[in-house]
Ligand binder design. Sequence first.
Ligand SMILES: Nc1nc2c(ncn2[C@@H]2O[C@H](COP(=O)(O)OP(=O)(O)OP(=O)(O)O)[C@@H](O)[C@H]2O)c(=O)[nH]1
Ligand SMILES: [Mg+2]
Length: 219
Amino acid sequence: MNDLTPAAALAKAAKAHPGPARVGIGGPVGSGKTRLLEQLIPRFRARGTNLAVITNDLTTKEDADRVRRSGLIEPERVLAVETGACPHTAIREDPTLNIQAAEELSIKYPGLDLILIESGGDNLASTFSFDLVDYWIFVIDVAGGDDIPRKRGLGVLTCDLLVINKVDLAPHVNVDLPRMIREAHEVRAGRPVLETNCAKGDGVDQIVERIASDVLFDR
Ligand SMILES: Nc1nc2c(ncn2[C@@H]2O[C@H](COP(=O)(O)OP(=O)(O)OP(=O)(O)O)[C@@H](O)[C@H]2O)c(=O)[nH]1
Ligand SMILES: [Mg+2]
């Protein structure tokens, strides 16, 4: 029986993941998830956020090794999860491996504020379980085509923040960027959409501000 008052249920939900906030980064293969990580890490470090990272790849540790080698963060703060066949299984149906990795980092680094969790590249229907994350970002890119928002994939519709990356490529791939952005706002009915060039870092400060205000509550 659920005997919690609505206020108590909310308070309980707010404490669902004691310890560091967990933010998921999902999206199609090659949309720029790791590049976004590489842009977010120095910005969070500069604002004093105590940070760790989990990456997911099918059968390798490719992305974790790339972030470890980047010199942006202590290599020990980056854990790799190998998901096997289906990336979404490890972030939605059975996120046990990712939850264990998050707990391992929380124990190792008691003052941790934030864990960024990159999903393996997946399809437009990919979503995160709220057993794993407090908030999740879905990264699509301009080179995937300006019809992607119109296709109303579950990831695009339901994420907390939609990022349209590689805006620099629009003129090279015949994409009508203003239309893509407009349609993204339409299908998301007012929920946030931000545009980035993660190759250079344009637009990434706004993502940090969002996470700071909506997830970290400026801790
Ligand atoms: N021109 C341009 N290239 C970008 C941008 N963001 C990422 N890239 C490039 O796109 C490629 C894929 O980026 P990644 O960050 O590896 O993509 P990913 O989503 O992590 O890929 P998977 O983990 O394999 O799904 C790389 O060559 C990046 O350098 C951008 O904003 N503009
Ligand atoms: Mg990646």
